[in-house]
Design a protein around this ligand. Structure first.
Ligand SMILES: NC(=O)c1ccc[n+]([C@@H]2O[C@H](COP(=O)([O-])OP(=O)(O)OC[C@H]3O[C@@H](n4cnc5c(N)ncnc54)[C@H](OP(=O)(O)O)[C@@H]3O)[C@@H](O)[C@H]2O)c1
Length: 344
């Protein structure tokens, strides 16, 4: 919105899944970004109905999700599951609400936009003007990667991409964080460590499996990064391989990314491109110990990018970089709110 335009009309906003790791952040991000809200309502399961949740809008009473009620809101941010989204999202959107879904239910549907505003806002505007009201929010690892990959592609052209991830426990929701904390305590106290969210104990360990294995030996999480990066960058044939690993941190995902480019590239040229890129903060002073890390990226809107160097395999057509972003923010809540802002 330019400064000589009238302020956008405040919207009635429903956050569904408001008690979860992503839902709570959505409420905070709406407030932090001054999203024009005339009313905000928090919905979760029957289990949470009637409980009071404190947040930046003050204490709010949680309601059990009721499709008939939620239909009346202007903006619906969904942070529940894929099955839940499949059951409700299209009906809510048909009723006129702008529905932004955080699950993977619709990300691969050709007629549903998958949006990271810094990269493909045009795809949102085109679909929105044509009447689409259901928008998919990408997988967290993908959203963080494309904020850096998009500008590099524009400047140098991407030929091949290899990603290795280091993903926080909160990527598995609020229960994932709780399991890390409880198991760590039990292990240090010499008590039995039992895991239920993760397949193996997560404290003092890492697990090279996120989501189910596919026929090709990759996990679903790894294939999501390939499929979604191709869709967001509009590069349907991009060669991209990912290995996704769960590590014992609370929040913020890290990714070691290797790119082969079509045009020659230098670390300085890449740094200059990334320094100008929206949503990116270049943190790249290794001599002084400055590089992206989860402890610094957690709670930040920008994705940190550093360790930028020429790649020994691809020479002057290749780069290595390390990125770190808060997956509950850029990988979920922030990106969803940014999409809602595109419609103001
Ligand atoms: N965590 C991440 O980093 C991340 C990143 C990107 C996308 N996502 C996606 O975002 C979605 C939410 O993930 P999360 O990590 O926030 O999960 P979570 O912490 O487990 O929260 C799940 C939320 O869904 C609610 N819920 C469950 N069943 C419901 C029902 N029948 N009706 C209404 N609400 C219901 C829960 O409410 P109760 O408290 O009442 O059970 C809770 O608020 C998932 O699709 C996930 O894949 C997560």
């Amino acid at each position: 919105m330019s400064s000589n335009q009238a302020s956008p009309a405040p919207r009635r906003v429903a956050v569904v899944g408001a008690t979860g790791a992503v839902g709570r952040e959505m409420v905070s991000v709406l407030h932090a970004r001054n999203f024009p809200v005339s009313e905000i309502a928090l919905f979760a399961s029957e289990r949470s109905a009637g409980k009071v949740q404190d947040g930046p809008y003050g204490p709010l009473t949680l309601k059990a999700f009721d499709a008939e009620v939620v239909k009346g809101y202007d903006v619906v941010l969904l942070a529940v599951s894929g099955d839940f989204a499949k059951e409700h999202a299209k009906n809510l959107a048909s009723a006129g609400a702008l529905v932004i879904d955080n699950s993977s239910a619709f990300r691969y549907d050709a007629d549903i936009p998958l949006i990271v505003p810094e990269i493909n806002a045009a795809a949102f505007h085109e679909a929105f003007q044509a009447g689409s009201r259901l928008i998919a929010n990408p997988n967290c690892t993908t959203a963080i990667a494309v904020v850096a990959l998009g500008p590099l592609h524009k400047a140098f052209g991407l030929r091949r991409v290899i990603v290795s991830t280091y993903q926080a426990t909160s990527g598995a929701g609020a229960e994932g964080m709780a399991e890390l904390e409880e198991q760590t305590r039990n292990q240090l106290d010499g008590k039995p460590v039992t895991n239920s969210v993760f397949r193996h104990p997560i404290p003092f360990n890492l697990i090279p499996q996120i989501d189910a294995f596919q026929d090709n030996g990759y996990t679903k999480e790894e294939m999501k990064v390939t499929w979604e990066t191709r869709k967001i960058l509009d590069l349907p044939d991009l060669a991209l391989s990912c290995t996704a690993v769960r590590i014992p941190t609370y929040r913020a995902h890290s990714e070691a990314i290797t790119i082969e480019t079509l045009q020659p590239v230098t670390p300085d040229a890449a740094r200059a491109v990334l320094a100008d890129a929206a949503g990116v903060k270049v943190v790249d002073d290794p001599a002084n110990g400055a590089y992206p890390m989860p402890l610094n990226a957690a709670g930040q809107f920008d994705v940190e990018v550093g360790r930028i160097r020429s790649n020994l395999v691809f020479g002057d057509h290749g780069l290595d970089l390390f990125v770190c972003g808060d997956q509950l923010l850029k990988g979920a809540a922030l990106n969803a709110v940014q999409i809602a802002e595109l419609a103001l």
